[in-house]
Design a protein around this ligand. Structure first.
Ligand code: FAD
Ligand code: DLZ
Ligand code: SF4
Length: 523
């Protein structure tokens, strides 16, 4: 840094690791101090998966090194710094004391918890504080709120079309969607064929910085959920770009058709595995969408794959972020179905005979990742049918995935899988019996339960749980035009058969061992 002028202090949070960040972009290296902070509050507000903490700290340290190499002044606070103040606000106070900045310039926090603290900084510190919009998202919160105003139901599909028009992605010169349809989801539900397997994604060997962080995490967070053995995430922009190149070269072609498929032991299938890098700031989501569009234009990927990928990003990802801010803080407490049950212990240990759940929990434990349909239709579907309390499910998802931040986790959990918002986000609960899992995976072939058996000893638990769920929420769901017709089938079964389903479900629910306290949060 040059001269004696009072600098601009730029706090960069752990999920803002982009040189194109609004608070860094266009600023002069001569009078800027970038502040990065490893703090206990963030590392411990839930007991994050070990890989998640290691990923964030390692990527932060690599980013700081890259910035310094490019001539920026970086004040980097490590977790084991004896003077560590423990929180963003505490560290900012220390940095203000040290640097006497003329301005603190920060990009809005992604999460409510942090944003609340950030909003107090201007009053707390005798220094001007500006909070900039996070323009890594296409849609500003003001635009989302305007779109959502006066709509009774918020539906991703209509929001997504607006995002397509706004970005021009897969929109022809006449304003029509490329290929004639906005959405090719109906082509993206292929069950896995025998022996389906995908090229392995790039795995990144931990370097010295990552190894040092892994040792720190083992030392300080050794009793958290998850394993560090398979740590292979991209921790720099170059690595993340290499991972993206591999996706576009090898997997995007089949991404669409097999988006909903699940194969035991094939943990990634054709998914991009880019969410950690996108959420951290290593990859620009819009740039990825433009690459996908180009792959289609160059004849390298089919339209259903490319549209599906773009929809996940400018559709779902943007939409859940807008929804989160629109619905907070009450979304955290929403429980429209009055789901009362504690999370079963097997979500943490993986000790269950149900082959589908065991495999999804194994990959979650080993890789801090499970792909979308595993999160939605196995782990989420079970939590919905079993009536697990939203707060417990929310905590679990926030802890266990390396890409989990509340702004993206909470809408997916509370609104998408648990219907806890009463249907603001999804038009119906994603409830399914064992049939769906059997159709879309090979799990049932090795499961001790029989998917074709509906009730009684050895029956797939999803079967009676499905009817138990439908029965107990009849008042609400019967009126739903997308799901209400199912009650005609239920009524045709007659009392005895219905009772069999209900008894089987209740016997199964009674057998569940609730999780011991302390997995997700310190007691
Ligand atoms: P791909 O299948 O390759 O999809 C491409 C990208 O689209 C992803 O990288 C992601 O950025 C985006 N995307 C896809 N679906 C969604 C979605 N529903 N919401 C937001 N973005 C989406 N994603 C997170 O990033 N963090 C979370 O904490 C998270 N929690 C989830 C919880 C539940 C219950 C469910 C059902 C989904 C959750 N997702 C979350 C969304 C999705 O499962 C992951 O983004 C995806 O599995 C990441 O793997 P991928 O990069 O290979 O994704
Ligand atoms: C998730 C996380 C963790 C575990 N630790 C830190 C940290 O020590 N320092 C930091 O800047 N960010 C961390 N993060 C990510 C933050 O929780 C995330 O940037 C904000 O909460 C977003 O609002
Ligand atoms: Fe899962 Fe049921 Fe299939 Fe077993 S039989 S793998 S529990 S869906």
């Amino acid at each position: 840094m040059k001269g004696n002028a009072r600098p601009v202090l730029v706090p960069v949070l752990g999920d803002q690791l982009s040189r194109d960040l609004a608070s860094i972009r266009g600023r002069s290296k001569d009078d800027t101090v970038i502040l990065m902070m490893e703090v206990w509050d963030e590392a411990t507000y839930v007991r994050h998966h070990k890989q998640k903490i290691a990923l964030i700290f390692s990527t932060m340290r690599h980013f700081a090194k890259e910035l310094r190499g490019a001539g920026w002044t970086v004040d980097y606070v490590r977790l084991d710094d004896p003077n560590n103040a423990g929180s963003f606000t505490g560290e900012l106070a220390r940095a203000i004391e040290e640097h006497s900045p003329r301005l603190v310039s920060v990009v809005e926090a992604g999460e409510w918890r942090v944003r609340e603290d950030m909003d107090k900084w201007a009053d707390k510190f005798a220094c001007e504080v500006e909070i900039l919009r996070d323009d890594r998202f296409v849609c500003s919160q003001a635009d989302f709120d305007e779109w959502a105003e006066d709509r009774k139901e918020l539906r991703m599909e209509f929001f997504y079309r607006e995002m397509r028009r706004k970005t021009g992605l897969l929109v022809d010169d006449d304003g029509k969607p490329t290929g004639g349809e906005w959405n090719y989801d109906s082509e993206n539900r292929k069950p896995p064929k025998e022996g389906l397997s995908a090229p392995e994604r790039p795995k990144f060997e931990p370097d010295d910085i990552t190894r040092e962080v892994i040792d720190l995490v083992e030392d300080r967070f050794g009793d958290h959920f998850g394993s560090l053995e398979n740590f292979a995430w991209p921790v720099t922009r170059d690595e993340a770009e290499y991972a993206a190149d591999a996706f576009f070269a090898e997997r995007i072609e089949c991404f669409g058709p097999y988006q909903d498929a699940m194969v035991a032991g094939e943990d990634d299938l054709f998914h991009s595995m880019l969410s950690t890098s996108i959420n951290l700031g290593l990859l620009d989501p819009l740039e990825l969408c433009r690459r996908a569009e180009k792959a289609y234009e160059d004849g390298e990927a089919p339209l259903n794959s490319v549209e599906g990928f773009i929809r996940q990003i400018i559709g779902w990802r943007e939409y859940v972020r807008g929804f989160y801010w629109h619905q907070m803080p009450h979304l955290q407490k929403a429980n429209a179905l009055n789901a009362p049950r504690g999370l079963p212990e097997f979500y943490w240990t993986g000790e269950t005979d149900m082959a589908c759940l065991a495999d999804c929990i194994r990959t979650t434990h080993d890789n801090a990742h499970a792909h979308h349909i595993q999160r939605l239709m196995v782990l989420g579907n079970f939590a919905l049918l079993a009536g697990i309390s939203p707060r417990e499910v929310q905590d679990w998802y926030l802890v266990v995935y390396a890409d989990a931040y509340e702004w993206v986790e909470l809408p997916n959990v509370a609104a998408m899988i648990l219907y806890a918002d009463g249907g603001k986000l999804a038009s119906k609960p994603y409830a399914a019996s064992g049939n769906y899992i059997n159709k879309m995976s090979n799990y049932c072939s090795t499961c001790p339960y029989s998917v074709s058996k509906k009730t009684g000893e050895g029956a797939c638990p999803f079967n009676p749980l499905y009817w138990h769920f439908m029965h107990r929420h009849r008042d609400r769901l019967e009126k739903n035009h997308r799901i209400g017709r199912i009650y005609a089938t239920w009524d045709r079964m007659g009392d005895e058969r219905q009772q069999d389903y209900l008894d089987s479900a209740e016997a199964f629910l009674d057998s569940l061992e609730p999780a011991r306290p302390g997995w997700a949060r310190k007691d």
